[in-house]
Design a protein around this ligand. Structure first.
Ligand code: SF4
Ligand code: SF4
Length: 192
């Protein structure tokens, strides 16, 4: 079934097989993980994983470890994403990671439509990102500070995610998950 943005513009994701959710390693922040834990009552170990960083990751999000395991990026269990549900729909749509809410808009306001249907880029170019640049950047910057704290004195891989979540807990603003999508869209329309 088609979904629409507003009354007239079709959401191209409703015509797609969720290629992005099946193809990418889904990178998240500890803020994303805490939001999902709060909203779903799942334990973080049910859905998070430390991925080996690929070629295009932000180096400020790379986590070092001391037990010979190397470096990692915090992510969701992927290929496909663990939260991809029936009919290629996201099971955590209202509190999905900020990177998913913003996708395919990138942080530098380009559009990554590599895996989208051919017509989709045009539609996305007419729509503001689902999360504003300022909200996304603020949270990413806070997460990178926590990553930096870990990397100053890295520990074992097994302790890493718990460390990130403990440091994040007192900073987290869970009011975000209570916002309605239309409120976020209104905020996004003011994005510069
Ligand atoms: S962002 Fe692109 S690849 Fe992902 S579901 Fe939407 S149309 Fe498909
Ligand atoms: S959290 Fe949802 S939108 Fe993000 S990759 Fe997983 S299924 Fe797709």
């Amino acid at each position: 079934m088609f979904e629409y943005w507003g009354n007239y513009m079709i959401n191209p994701c409703s015509l797609c097989l969720a290629n992005c959710c099946k193809t990418y390693m889904i990178t998240v922040t500890s803020f994303d993980v805490l939001r999902i834990c709060t909203a779903t009552s799942k334990h973080y170990s049910d859905f998070t994983v430390l991925h080996k960083p690929g070629l295009i990751y932000d180096p400020d999000m790379v986590l070092d470890t001391t037990d010979g395991c190397g470096s990692y990026i915090l992510g969701l269990k992927s290929h496909p994403c663990i939260f991809l549900g029936d009919y290629n729909r996201c099971n955590i749509h209202d509190f999905s990671p900020l990177s998913c809410r913003r996708f395919p808009h990138t942080l530098d306001s380009k559009i990554n439509a590599r895996f989208c249907p051919p017509f989709a880029k045009l539609f996305f170019s007419l729509k503001k990102p689902g999360v504003t640049t300022s909200i996304y950047k603020k949270e990413l910057d806070q997460y990178k500070q926590i990553v930096k704290q870990w990397n100053r004195s890295p520990g074992k891989q097994a302790d890493c995610i718990r460390f990130l979540l403990e440091r994040t807990d007192f900073l987290a603003d869970f009011a975000y998950i209570k916002k309605k999508t239309d409120q976020e869209d209104a905020s996004a329309s003011k994005d510069s």
